[in-house]
Design a protein around this ligand. Structure first.
Ligand SMILES: [Zn+2]
Length: 660
């Protein structure tokens, strides 16, 4: 489970989504500094008070003040988290980063506090109050998982291990990002097949060589378009060896220290520790899930592989297999031939303003809410602010910071800024994206950008709809980590639905996207899905198998080879060491399965809409009440069962994968 203070203890894998961020008025660096100091002093004082509670330990004397502190600290750290990423003033960004660290450190101390843990243990469970019972249970669990009840020496050891792991993780990631390798080409002829702008951007250097790096903007077009098979092979090998050999020893240390940590906390291995609070519950169930999904995808993947091989044989009649450096190139050729979609035509239907208004219209129709401008100070002139209204009452507020500018966060993310607490505060969110269209009214969006917008808006809806809670701990997207993405992944489906696209898409002539075009887009989307699923299951198995055992004498290469053989359709390329640059092995540890898991769950949730209508308001309202509104106050499996009237199932995913 998340800890609301954004502490990075042990699990070490909090996304921007959970650490969050938050807003407020435009202020000077000086005023912000005073505010941060005041906040921190107040939090420290409340923490001291909590450590010294006298008299009977009750919900009122222990849980209420802890909740109050959490509400305030979480708003403060989330605001700092947002400003650190988007504020135009560099001084405020720095201040925000430091403030975030300071609060995170205090959060760690609170969750390692023996006196608070002792007080919590004495609070009697209130009868007929399942929310508070659950809160007590989960808080005690989180305290125990931090090692609070262990003897002093072991607690010190845990602290040391966590500090060492933070350093090792940073080194692991840095070794990947700083290890840029280059392929040297002799002439422009070696760039045959690549787009003209790519060739123009890669002139020969003084020594006459053209250098192609392993960075994405160089690597991805090259591996997809370069005609020279041998050069693609060479670049692939360079790419797959980033971080090697340095990261071999680093990863071995990470595995060893996480294993030791898990043992100290009473778990047989690190995977068991991490999965305890997840929807999937145990490492064994992760393995079962991986095998089940891989089996569902296998036939389709083999069909797709045969198709690729056939295409390859048109170029190389002697080919008997598709090597991994050929896969992208051949897929692209096949895609062009079979599923040609004119991206320009698609873009003509997606202009920023109408898309934004269309998303408002769609979600209004589904969930019975309306939106109106919110008159409030913002941190940059590009930022828009809105209120969400239901039955004349404001139930949520949010900021849109959606267009690129210098010194701003480069990805797309939802930031929860304030938890909704019944009778106390209305939830607040911010969406940060980099979409075209602010200063160029005619600018058009890629279909994938509309999908990203809707995905992030899905997190925003979840946060706002789950904003009627007594306990901050359950408010907003406080759900199990491997369920967090499912509601957003499900909402993405609307961008593939004609009914929804009639509201969102419009071209210069005022027409929505035609059915024929949408059909072609859908076919192109689904091409290669079987192989993609198998590949993802191979990665998930790798992440699990490094963490679900005693890593003493572990052979990283041997496990990698075994997983590839078992799940992937492509052969391993000798001399490559993918684990040295698989960054998620640190951030996700054993949890790489979560990507596919939430996709499987989202297809299950979607099944009711597919039967009852994508714009069926009753279904949407039931979904909102059963799945979104409870936030973290129930297990995700129960939320799904409440909505579907049956336990969650992998079947809809299997049907989707194998063409219904
Ligand atoms: Zn997401």
């Amino acid at each position: 489970m998340h800890l609301k203070f954004g502490l990075t203890l042990m699990a070490g894998c909090f996304t921007a989504l959970l650490i969050g961020a938050a807003p407020g008025p435009l202020v000077t660096a000086e005023a912000s500094k005073v505010q941060c100091q005041n906040d921190l002093e107040q939090f420290e004082q409340q923490f001291q008070t909590l450590e010294n509670i006298s008299g009977p330990k009750t919900v009122n004397s222990v849980l209420e003040p802890l909740n109050d502190l959490e509400i305030k600290m979480s708003s403060s750290i989330r605001t700092a988290g947002l400003y650190a990423q988007v504020h135009p003033d560099a001084a405020i960004r720095d201040l925000a980063k430091n403030h975030r660290q300071a609060i995170s450190k205090l959060g760690n101390e609170i969750y390692m506090s023996g006196p608070i843990y002792a007080a919590l243990k004495q609070v009697p469970e209130p009868p007929n109050d399942p929310d508070t019972q659950r809160l007590l249970h989960e808080l005690l669990r989180d305290y125990r998982r931090s090692g609070v009840d262990l003897p002093h020496a072991e607690r010190e050891k845990i602290k040391t291990l966590n500090d060492e792991l933070t350093m090792l993780g940073q080194t692991f990631i840095e070794n990947i990002s700083t290890d840029v390798r280059y392929l040297a080409l002799n002439s422009t002829n070696d760039l045959a097949g690549l787009p003209a702008d790519y060739i123009a951007a890669h002139p020969a250097e003084e020594n006459g060589k053209i250098r192609i790096s392993t960075n994405y903007p160089d690597y991805i077009p090259f591996i997809r378009y370069a005609q020279s098979d041998e050069h693609r092979r060479q670049l692939y090998v360079l790419y797959q060896n980033r971080g090697y050999p340095a990261n071999k020893a680093v990863l071995e240390s990470i595995l060893a220290k996480r294993f030791e940590l898990a043992n100290l906390l009473g778990y047989p291995n690190y995977a068991a520790y991490v999965t305890e609070t997840r929807m999937i519950e145990t490492p064994e169930k992760i393995q079962t899930f991986i095998d089940q999904v891989a089996a569902m995808a296998r036939q389709r993947a083999e069909r797709e592989y045969a198709e690729l091989l056939e295409k390859l044989q048109q170029i190389d009649p002697d080919a008997t297999k598709v090597d991994p450096w050929k896969a992208s190139f051949i897929s692209e050729a096949l895609r062009r031939e079979k599923y040609e979609v004119d991206a320009k035509e698609v873009r003509s239907y997606f202009q920023f303003g109408p898309v934004r208004d269309g998303i408002f219209k769609l979600t209004s129709e589904l969930f019975g809410v309306t939106y109106r401008p919110w008159d409030t100070p913002v941190w940059h002139e590009d930022v828009e602010a809105y209120e969400m209204v239901e039955n004349g009452e404001v139930i949520g507020r949010f900021y849109f910071d959606l267009h690129p500018r210098d010194n701003k966060f480069k990805h797309a993310a939802h930031f929860s800024l304030k938890e909704g607490i019944t009778g106390r505060q209305i939830p607040v969110s911010a969406l940060v994206c980099n979409l075209p269209g602010k200063n160029d009214e005619g600018a058009l969006m890629e279909h994938s950008q509309v999908e990203t917008f809707l995905h992030e808006f899905g997190h925003l809806l979840h946060h706002l709809f789950a904003g009627q809670q007594r306990w901050s701990y359950f408010s907003g997207i406080a759900t199990q980590r491997d369920f967090v993405e499912a509601p957003s992944q499900m909402l993405e489906e609307w961008i593939w639905s004609k009914d929804a696209l009639d509201l969102i898409s419009v071209n210069a002539a005022g027409e929505p996207i035609p059915n024929e075009l949408l059909k072609k887009m859908t076919a192109a989307r689904e091409f290669g899905e079987g192989m993609r699923v198998c590949g993802q299951m191979g990665l998930a198995a790798l992440s699990l198998n490094y963490y679900d055992r005693d890593p003493t004498d572990i052979d990283l290469d041997e496990i990698m080879l075994a997983m590839r053989k078992k799940y992937s359709l492509y052969d391993h390329v000798p001399g490559t060491h993918f684990y040295a640059n698989f960054a998620h092995l640190y951030g996700y540890s054993s949890g790489y399965y979560t990507y596919m898991w939430s996709l499987v769950i989202s297809k299950d949730l979607l099944s009711r809409f597919e039967t009852e209508g994508m714009l069926n308001k009753n279904t949407a309202l039931e979904y909102r009440a059963a799945v979104l509104a409870p936030g973290g106050s129930k297990d995700a499996a129960d939320l799904i069962e409440d909505f579907l009237d049956r336990p969650y199932s992998f079947e809809p995913f299997g049907k989707w994968l194998n063409g219904k």
